[in-house]
Design a protein around this ligand. Structure first.
Ligand SMILES: Nc1nc2c(ncn2[C@@H]2O[C@H](COP(=O)(O)OP(=O)(O)OP(=O)(O)O)[C@@H](O)[C@H]2O)c(=O)[nH]1
Ligand SMILES: [Mg+2]
Length: 331
């Protein structure tokens, strides 16, 4: 099928076309750039919610409940679940992570799972592509679920318009520490499993933590996805961000839109750089390693060569500015 034909079918909301398009861009197959170009004018309507937090906090359950809320409003929902098939977690089974049995038969809900393994730093770029395809196919709300353990996991939320951090009572001190990176990124903090003891204390702790960070005033709420408690409040907190998003052009709306677009650009660029670097490494790495071992080059110079700089001219001079320019947009 022609790419333009695929784009047209996708634009009409054809689910099979959407699935094909996603596979195409995931594989960076021929035509994927043309496809993204073809759908370009249709991108920008969907509201993207990043849902992150420690393993087992109830992210999928909350996404499922929020899907109920949005469906009851007649909105089309897309869910992208990032599957952390890392050696650490042992590789959870796909179906195990997407607790959305209620919605699998609903034509207004599209669920896609993406394995985090194998992307070598390019995962968020791939997610950015999938988001654009869902957007172009007429999806109103896109939720991206990712486990908030490492940097690469939370990088994904850069592309979101709003970020929900899901936590649960009874997390030990270790987890408190690892939450550090999560304290800066949430628009809405949900202490899920409020049916278990300790939720109120945790809300108090969280409020103290996020209010301690200058310029931040996220919502802190408790909920129980299992008992369907507090879900409307979470949806309302997200509505406040979404209505700003929808009010664009406006100062706040533009800020939210542009932040996400900056995130997409940087993540797509990073995917390109990482892919490029891997291809170069394949052909040059052995030779460069030998040169370093013979002291013909320093490891820094070899790295600069791999990046395309001229190591013999001025390795540090060529490599340094690139590295220092690699700043990411703050959320
Ligand atoms: N008691 C209680 N259990 C819950 C609640 N929400 C989810 N759970 C349970 O907690 C477990 C993990 O829920 P998930 O929704 O899969 O959590 P998750 O954060 O998506 O988990 P991972 O994707 O594996 O990181 C499941 O057994 C859920 O049934 C809740 O509100 N209360
Ligand atoms: Mg999950």
């Amino acid at each position: 099928m022609e790419v333009e034909d695929l784009a047209a079918r996708l634009a009409r909301g054809d689910r099979r076309a959407l699935a094909r398009a996603i596979t195409l861009v995931e594989n960076e197959a021929t035509g994927s750039a043309r496809l993204m170009k073809a759908i370009g004018p249709r991108v920008g309507r969907a509201f993207v919610i990043g849902v992150t937090g420690p393993p087992g906090a109830g992210k999928s359950s909350l996404v499922d409940r929020l899907t109920d809320v949005y469906r009851s409003r007649g909105l089309k929902v897309g869910v992208v679940a990032i599957d952390p098939t890392s050696p650490l977690t042992g590789g959870a089974l796909l179906g195990d992570r997407v607790r959305m049995v209620d919605h699998t038969m609903d034509a207004g809900v599209y669920i896609r799972s993406m394995a985090s393994r194998g992307w070598a730093g390019g995962l968020s770029g791939a997610v950015a592509d999938v988001i654009q395809l869902l957007d172009a196919s007429g999806t109103d709300i896109i939720m991206v679920e990712t486990v908030g353990i490492g940097q690469s996991d939370t990088d994904v939320v850069r592309v979101a318009h709003a970020v929900v951090v899901v936590l649960m009572p009874g997390l030990g001190d270790d987890v408190q520490a690892s939450k550090a990176g999560l304290m800066e990124i949430g628009d809405v903090y949900v202490v899920n499993k409020s049916d278990l003891p300790g939720a109120d204390d945790m809300v108090v702790d969280l409020l103290a933590m996020v209010r301690g960070i200058r310029g931040r005033s996220p919502s802190v709420l408790k909920a129980s996805a299992a008992k369907r408690d507090g879900i409307e409040e979470v949806a309302r907190a997200l509505d406040r961000v979404r209505s700003k998003f929808l009010s664009s052009p406006s100062e706040e709306g533009d800020r939210i839109r542009l932040r996400s677009i900056r995130g997409m650009i940087i993540e797509l660029a990073r995917r390109g750089v990482v892919g490029d670097l891997e291809r170069r490494a394949e052909s040059r790495l052995d030779e460069l390693a030998l040169e370093v071992s013979r002291h013909a080059l320093t490891a820094d110079e070899a790295a600069a060569e791999l990046l395309g700089g001229d190591a013999r001219r001025d390795a540090r001079g060529a490599a340094r500015p690139r590295r220092e320019q690699r700043t990411y947009p703050a959320r």
